[in-house]
Design a protein around this ligand. Structure first.
Ligand SMILES: [Zn+2]
Ligand SMILES: [Zn+2]
Length: 342
């Protein structure tokens, strides 16, 4: 094995993402070394570069969506073997705080996330705690597995755990980009109906292929569409993947009494909501943060069962990270971008 590898490193905030040479990490006690075969590029990676989300000590290798092969075991690791195909839950959690004990590991106060507070997977190799690994069955490609921890598991966590989406419910998905398109499939797999919005016809087409009713908000009235969809009742759940003041207010106005608005995106830093409808109809505004390892295990099972298809848009080589980032920012892609390895 060589001593160095290619990795996408944030050395200082601002500028652009670049792949550089870095030493190959060693797995510590309880960790494994994964040879990364594919990693998903997320708009959060671009937010990290801007410094909007501080990373702590720099330089840091980013990348929180990865899949690959276990190639070395650290001391004390007994449940994995070299050659195992794996992906990894993002949050490295303490396992003993009240949130971890309750299964709400996404709220752990001592969390250090892969690709945030510790080095991530936009690299040829990454050392991760064995406790974070989830096995990838042979029928799931590395690139499909790579996008599961964030783009898919976070939507699953939001809709199923935070939203309580279940049989017969009617769900409005605001924005069918990289997360929303998986949201549509998760809603359908839970036995619920989905109404999905976008201004881009190709995104709506794909959402409809996965069983949603599409609404082009550039040309159609969302209010009318929701009325038709729910016989005038309003939807049970709104998943807001847009995260603006306007989308939050619009989402709230589409709910039935007692309905839930899931806050998944965060473009505007604050929003104001009218208090009377909240009071009179017991609307709920619910924050959704990340996903748990169990969520990741669940979505791997859904993919294996054929109930969920990871939507891949375009691939770039790891050292072509700047072109990949430009493509992501252009917003013209339907599926997720992944970075390949030699
Ligand atoms: Zn992400
Ligand atoms: Zn904890």
């Amino acid at each position: 094995m060589p001593d160095t590898m290619l990795a996408v490193v944030i050395a200082s905030y601002g500028g652009s993402l670049a792949a550089t040479s870095r030493p190959i990490p060693r797995p510590g006690p309880g960790e494994v070394l994964v040879r990364v075969r594919a990693s998903g590029l997320c708009s959060t990676d671009l937010h990290l570069l801007s410094g909007r989300q501080p990373l702590g000590d720099l330089p840091r290798i980013v990348g929180h969506e990865l899949a690959g092969d276990v190639i070395e075991l650290g001391s004390g690791v007994t449940q994995w073997r070299t050659g195992d195909r794996v992906t990894a839950a993002i949050d490295v959690t303490c396992g003993c705080c009240r949130h971890c004990l309750a299964g709400d590991t996404q709220l752990c106060r001592a969390m250090k996330r892969i690709g945030f507070e510790r080095d991530g997977g936009h690299a040829d190799y990454v050392a991760v705690p064995a406790a974070n690994l989830v096995a990838v069955p042979a029928g799931i490609s590395y690139e499909a597995a790579a996008i599961l921890p964030d783009a898919v598991a976070c939507m699953y966590h939001s809709l199923i755990h935070q939203g309580g989406v279940g049989i017969g419910q009617r769900v409005l998905i605001l924005g069918v980009g990289g997360l929303g398109i998986h949201g549509v499939q998760i809603v359908k797999s839970a036995g619920a109906e989905a109404l999905a919005t976008s201004r881009q016809p190709q995104r709506l087409e794909l959402a409809e292929r996965y069983g949603a009713i599409g609404v082009n908000t550039a040309t159609e009235s969302l209010k009318d569409a929701v009325e038709r969809f729910t016989d005038g009742e309003g939807v049970d759940v709104v998943a807001d993947n847009i995260g603006t003041r306007a989308s939050i207010l619009q989402g709230l106005s589409m709910l039935r009494p007692g309905g839930k608005l899931l806050v998944i995106a965060y473009i505007d830093e604050t929003f104001e909501v009218p208090s009377i409808p909240l009071f009179k109809t017991e609307l709920q505004i619910i924050g959704c943060r990340g996903s748990t390892k169990q969520d990741l295990i669940d979505v791997v099972r859904l993919v294996r069962a054929g109930q969920l298809t990871p939507v891949l848009g375009a691939s770039y080589a790891l050292n072509d990270i700047q072109a990949a980032a430009a493509r992501l920012e252009s917003g013209d892609l339907v599926g997720r971008i992944w970075l390949t390895r030699d």
